[in-house]
Design a binder for this molecule. Structure first.
Ligand SMILES: O=c1ccn([C@@H]2O[C@H](COP(=O)(O)O)[C@@H](O)[C@H]2O)c(=O)[nH]1
Length: 311
């Protein structure tokens, strides 16, 4: 997976992930009216509205970015209809040749992890038949249950050329309560970083990077710098830029000197751009997704300024 991701990052010259975290408050009225007209004000209508909204955002940005990251919670809350919209969003993204990182944050004992893995990045069996269900290229996983809980995912990663991003240092303000605990001379997130790096050893691609990546929040730039040293071959999936307050200046430590090593997510900053002061009156209601396109272009320039400091 990692070589495919890096190839796309290079092709688009942009280490950006568009976070597909739809909310009804972000969906333009004309889309909601179409869906409410057809299905009433129901979970089915909400899920359909999310799918139409996502398709508009994808159409407006897919030529600029290598990847999207649908956040499953936004879909799952609407039950089976939401899950259907999640799956269709993935299918549509793949038709546009985007790498899909499913933000599913699973973590359980091995026998249960195996089921998560089969559903999301592997195959599920029905008697002698095998099916691919969600079809993400990579997923986010909570590693705090230890190696046995990760092993089933590693097996599917190598079998099907998939990847993981394991939570190492999350972007939320209270992440330090647990992740920064001193565990005898080192901090817990540092130890997790070492383990993630070790667990991924068998999945290093031709690029020299690992298909087992790490989630490292842009809101903790000092920790990110330390992790970059601890995990030189690990790709970072970096949330926190934009809506959570991190800026380009906070990202420098996430990259390696080769200008690779990190892919930066922005969800609300891109998909709700049409609601922001900057763009609210710039485009017609039908063309709302052009605001997302402009937000991506602006983010790309912002990141290129950071990467320029490396050469
Ligand atoms: O540490 C983490 C891990 C995951 N996330 C997810 O990323 C996006 C961020 O959305 P924004 O709108 O750009 O803030 C969202 O899906 C989170 O669940 C994270 O923020 N931090």
């Amino acid at each position: 997976m990692i070589d495919r991701l890096i190839e796309k990052i290079k092709e688009k010259e942009s280490p950006i992930v568009v976070g597909l975290d739809p909310r009804l408050s972000f969906v333009p009225e004309w889309i909601k009216e179409e869906c409410y007209g057809e299905y009433g004000k129901t979970p089915k209508a909400a899920a359909e509205a999310f799918l139409k909204f996502n398709m508009e955002i994808i159409d407006a940005t897919y030529d600029l970015v290598p990847a999207v990251k649908p956040q499953i919670a936004m879909y799952e809350q609407y039950g089976a209809h939401g899950i259907e919209a999640y799956i269709k969003t993935i299918e549509y993204s793949k038709k546009k040749s985007l790498i899909v990182i499913g933000d599913i944050k699973r973590g359980d004992i091995a026998s249960t992890a195996e089921a998560y893995s089969h559903g999301h990045i592997g195959r599920v069996g029905v008697e002698e038949m095998e099916f691919e269900i969600y079809k993400e290229d990579a997923i986010t996983i909570n590693p705090y249950l230890g190696f046995d809980s990760i092993e089933p995912f590693l097996a599917d990663c190598s079998r099907y050329d998939k990847g993981l991003f394991l939570l190492v240092k999350t972007s939320n303000p209270n992440s330090g309560e647990i992740q920064n605990l001193d565990i005898g001379g080192e901090l817990l997130y540092e130890r997790i970083g070492q383990l993630v790096s070790k667990w991924g050893k068998g999945l290093i691609g031709a690029s020299g990077y690992n298909s087992i990546g790490a989630v490292v929040g842009a809101t903790h730039p000092e920790e990110a710098k330390k992790l970059r040293k601890i995990m030189p071959n690990t790709y970072f999936l970096v949330p926190g830029y934009g809506a959570q307050g991190a800026t380009a200046a906070d990202l420098a430590g996430c990259f390696n000197k080769d200008g690779l090593g990190a892919i930066i997510n922005s969800s609300r900053g891109i998909i709700a751009a049409h609601k922001s002061k900057e763009y609210e009156n710039k485009f017609s209601k039908k063309d709302f997704a052009l605001a997302s396109r402009e937000a991506v272009i602006k983010m790309k320039q912002d990141l290129q300024n950071v990467l320029r400091t490396f050469v």
